[in-house]
Design a protein around this ligand. Structure first.
Ligand code: B12
Ligand code: SF4
Ligand code: SF4
Length: 388
């Protein structure tokens, strides 16, 4: 593919008149920004551009709404805490390719997670840059960092799942991942904060998660961390962040104890050669291991066309399922039927789970998916050259 070099531009063309050549962005070929300084920019054009840059899903939430409904009001993760000028948050999601969920071990997903996050950062950065060049200050919040002052570093500056719900992309599931009708929970999300006022999308009111009668995420969880529309973060982190901050902390504490003991030198030497130490190095090298290690609740969730197409067979059986987990799921189902108070579904949290409850969205999707498959198969049959 030949691109015009800068020498091909006539020297009498001013920089402003020079044609803007497409450049290789690492995501796809980058077309010129559609946004012009002084021209109106619609929500639709921003969403179209995000998709063009490589976002799989995109929606818009109003900063005013996000300020009024912080997920946990004790530690408000709100745009206004970050900047008083932000008017809209553009939320983009990247799908984690299903191939990695069809493997014998979790390792391929762990690496794909890192690649997906890198791609998402690039798409978000490009969009922010283009809006800012058109005169609207815009920036991106980190997709994975947490903030020391927010519940002792367990919350991000914004909760991107809650951003996704407010931007109409999906609703929170039993394991509090955001489930999108397109890809279930197999996505990462980020927020692009802009001073541009854009028409916001509406949150979905229908619960995307099938709920207690499904409970596949609960069955698959190696840490028994899936609560009733909630999560035991400590239990999850042992699997999802094998070489994360708490493992580092424990390692350092063990080293301090070892130093004080009689065989300190030997114990320290053994620690430097341990799997934990190697895990920290690997994490520094490629981030792998410090987060995103456990993909089980993502892999088994039956929501999303990607699941119907490629995961229904390999993920049908859940090896971690036990009779105790089945009993727990049934007890939760009964508790919900009896209308017992459930923290994850209280008057504040229900907003993000779907106030209308489960209305059969997954069943409808499977039906549509099968119809599309039939139509495709029929079309393929017709296009086969007939013999004779
Ligand atoms: C910190 C973090 C974690 C930590 C938490 C560590 C800790 N010590 O707190 C741990 C290790 C648990 C974790 C695990 C995972 N994470 Co994580 N994580 C985050 C991060 C960076 C911040 C989370 C946050 O701010 N939450 C805000 C609070 C308010 O939400 P919440 O805790 O869920 O609270 C809500 C409910 O749980 C409920 N609630 C709160 N407390 C309680 C208590 C009880 C008893 C009950 C019932 C309810 C309840 O009320 C709240 C309001 O709705 C986000 C990125 C981001 N900036 O958002 C990614 C993020 C949430 N993680 C993500 C992923 C994918 C995962 C994992 C699947 C691992 C993986 N393979 O990557 C698991 C999934 C675990 C799960 N089912 O929730 C994705 C989620 C994508 C999706 N589809 O939803 C995110 C959004 C990253 C991203 N940028 O895309 N994560
Ligand atoms: S990431 Fe793993 S440990 Fe955490 S909730 Fe999901 S299945 Fe459980
Ligand atoms: S696995 Fe089932 S219960 Fe869990 S989030 Fe997905 S649909 Fe909901």
């Amino acid at each position: 593919m030949a691109f015009a070099s800068s020498a091909a531009i006539s020297p009498d063309q001013s920089a402003a008149q020079a044609p803007r050549n497409p450049r290789w962005s690492g995501i796809g070929r980058r077309t010129p920004s559609p946004f012009r300084r002084g021209a109106a920019i619609s929500a639709e054009s921003v969403k179209a551009r995000a998709r063009e840059l490589g976002a799989d899903l995109v929606g818009i939430a109003s900063a005013q709404m996000l300020n009024a409904f912080p997920p946990d009001p004790r530690w408000p993760q709100t745009p206004e805490r970050i900047s008083p000028y932000v008017k809209s948050v553009i939320v983009i999601a990247q799908h984690i390719p299903v191939g990695a969920f069809r493997c014998r071990t979790n390792t391929p997903v762990q690496y794909m997670d890192m690649l997906v996050l890198r791609k998402m950062d690039k798409v978000a950065y490009r969009l922010a840059e283009e809006l800012e060049r058109a005169g609207h200050p815009t920036f991106v919040v980190p997709a994975q960092e947490t903030e020391w002052t927010l519940k002792r570093a367990s919350y991000g500056r914004l909760s991107t799942r809650h951003l996704g719900v407010e931007a109409g992309l999906g609703t929170l599931g039993l394991e509090v991942n955001i489930l999108t009708p397109e890809y279930g929970p197999r996505i990462y999300l980020t927020g692009i904060l802009t001073e541009l006022e854009l028409a916001a999308d509406r949150p979905m009111t229908e619960q995307v998660c099938i709920g207690e009668s499904c409970s596949r995420c609960l069955y698959s969880c190696p840490g028994d961390a899936v609560l009733h529309f909630g999560i035991d973060k400590r239990a999850c982190a042992e699997h999802a962040q094998e070489f994360g901050f708490s493992t580092i902390l424990k390692f350092v504490e063990r080293a301090i104890d070892a130093q004080a003991s009689d065989h300190g030198a030997e114990a320290l030497a053994a620690m430097t050669r341990s799997r934990d130490h190697f895990g920290f190095w690997q994490g520094l090298l490629r981030v792998v291991g410090s987060f995103g290690d456990c993909p089980r609740c993502l892999a088994v969730c039956p929501v999303g066309d990607d699941y119907h197409a490629h995961l229904a067979d390999p993920q049908k059986a859940i090896p971690e399922k036990t009779p105790e987990k089945v009993t727990l799921a049934k007890a939760r189902q009964a508790a919900r039927k009896r209308g017992e108070p459930i923290a994850g579904l209280d008057a504040w949290n229900i907003r993000w789970v779907g106030p209308e409850g489960y209305q059969g969205i997954v069943a409808r999707q499977i039906q549509q998916f099968k119809e599309r498959q039939k139509t495709r198969a029929a079309a393929a049959q017709e296009s086969v050259p007939q013999e004779g």
